[in-house]
Design a protein around this ligand. Structure first.
Ligand code: VL7
Length: 135
């Protein structure tokens, strides 16, 4: 059985988010607000088709993609840039490359026990988040 990311996930830890936001060029005031947020991810997986929604009390973000198909992503409400984005499987890991103005940008998701892990990378900064399923 392949891994199924579907579900509702609540953040339980968030390491180096501030430096990741600085790397993305997010202004001070927005960073102060964003650093207080407790994002919830709602993931819908149907084979290789994904919808990942990130909800907070401040802003929401959604991305929809199919594994292996490059698309134009506009990071609306985040750093508002345009990327050529592709997500691939690396074994059971979801590996996203966001090609654009920022070097070495992307993210990886994997599941470890009952936890959803997320590594967000921009330039030389890596933010590590862990989520648990909503009870
Ligand atoms: C999305 C936030 C900081 C701007 C607002 C904070 C709003 C949440 O792309 C992401 O997730 C992937 C993998 O799950 C799927 O789209 C991460 C959050 C990154 C970067 C930028 C601060 C302003 C936070 C909506």
């Amino acid at each position: 059985m392949p891994v199924d990311y579907s579900g509702t996930w609540d953040i339980v830890s968030n390491v180096n988010f501030e430096a990741y936001m600085v790397a993305l060029g997010i202004d001070f005031a927005t960073r102060k607000i964003a650093s207080m947020l407790k994002p919830q991810k709602v993931i819908k997986q149907d084979g290789d088709h994904f919808t990942i929604q990130t909800f907070t009390t401040f802003r929401n973000y959604e991305c929809i993609f199919k594994i292996g198909e490059e698309y134009q992503e506009v990071t609306k409400g985040l750093d508002n840039r345009t990327c050529q984005t592709v997500v691939n499987w690396e074994n059971d890991k979801l590996v996203c490359v966001q090609k654009g103005e920022k070097k070495n940008r992307g993210w990886k998701h994997w599941i470890q026990g009952d936890e959803l892990h997320l590594e967000l990378t921009c330039a030389d900064q890596v933010c590590k988040q862990v989520y648990k399923r909503t009870l």
